[in-house]
Design a protein around this ligand. Sequence first.
Ligand SMILES: Cc1ncc(COP(=O)(O)O)c(C=O)c1O
Length: 389
Amino acid sequence: MYESLNIELEQLKENNLYRELKKIDRRDGARIKVNNQWLIDFSSNDYLGLTQNKLISHSIAQGLDQYGNGAGASHLISGHYSVHDELENLSAKNTKMEKSLFFASGYIANLSFMTSVIKKEHYVFMDRLNHASLNQGVFFSQAKFSRFNHLDYDHLELLLSKKKQLTKWIITDGVFSMDGDIANIPKLVQLCQKYNAYLYIDDAHGYGVLGKTGQGILEFFSDKKMINTKDLKRIIYLNTLGKSAGVSGALMNAKKEIIDYMTQKAKPYIYSTATSPALAQGIITSMQLVKESHQLRQNLALLIHLFRTTLKIKDQLLESITPIQPIVLNSEKKALFASLELKKAGFFVPAIRPPTVEKNSSRLRVSISANHTQDNIKALVTILNQVLA
Ligand SMILES: Cc1ncc(COP(=O)(O)O)c(C=O)c1O
């Protein structure tokens, strides 16, 4: 057995697909210390720069003082603190949904939903570029599924029109994690109404960034009056906190029946120790900060604009209004080479390769944060213009 694992590992190395764990010593603003070297960090999902925010750290510290280190039990036994409840109520209020449920991570939240609410006899339609946790969840649900071409809602409609199952799900990322583009939620809502389907949105990368108060892709489209409160009845909305909120965890927001059902039936939720109440307290502070961070969102938008307008290689840069700015170089080798050259120049921009992205679409994923200065962006663009010329 060990031998066959070794053979596979060697194959990954030969194909430039082996991933090294990098040792991170510290983060400090836009800088990161990787394997003992300080670099300007363009690798994180810390879009608002809250991972280092002291108000959040103090709130967690205060929570540790008040509640101790851990929850001590699973939610249904005796690990569900009133602060967990407070957090869930805040999320329901922010998202204008009936109820919310807090999970230790987005991955677990997705698996929990797909393996409880989605049944074998349901039918699922998934965007081809959905996150791995959604794909895995649907696979575990045992429901039949089709993948539609990325953001191609004509293709989706063609598939929808052919399926007669009573319960249908459309599942999509809000902001696509490796491409940075966004799902057209109003169009998906319209298709859900026409074909009597439900919509599951994983907005891991939209929360904090999109919408007037950073509430994500639903707020973004509701600001534009393209969706309304009535539409929420068909929507399950997941915001993941490990990105913009700067802490780990995720909140599932939906109709009361969905949340009540998951509390009873979602095994990864039920048979797992509850997340520490101190962290829940920190998340409440973080969610309040996200709401108030208008200035950070404005800075971020300016930095994204600066990056896109000054980078010379336009045709490899994907269309994106979000902090995720991918430059597709196709071959793994090219992406790795470019990432290495950037590192030599003092920038950490990861090369993203299969299986995270499809074959022959390896890329540099430039991730912009409110922590960056205009000078950071200008310096990165200068070196990118040289390396990719
Ligand atoms: C779209 C999407 N959903 C879910 C997750 C998993 O979330 P978490 O990191 O909280 O487990 C990720 C992780 O990066 C993601 O990009």
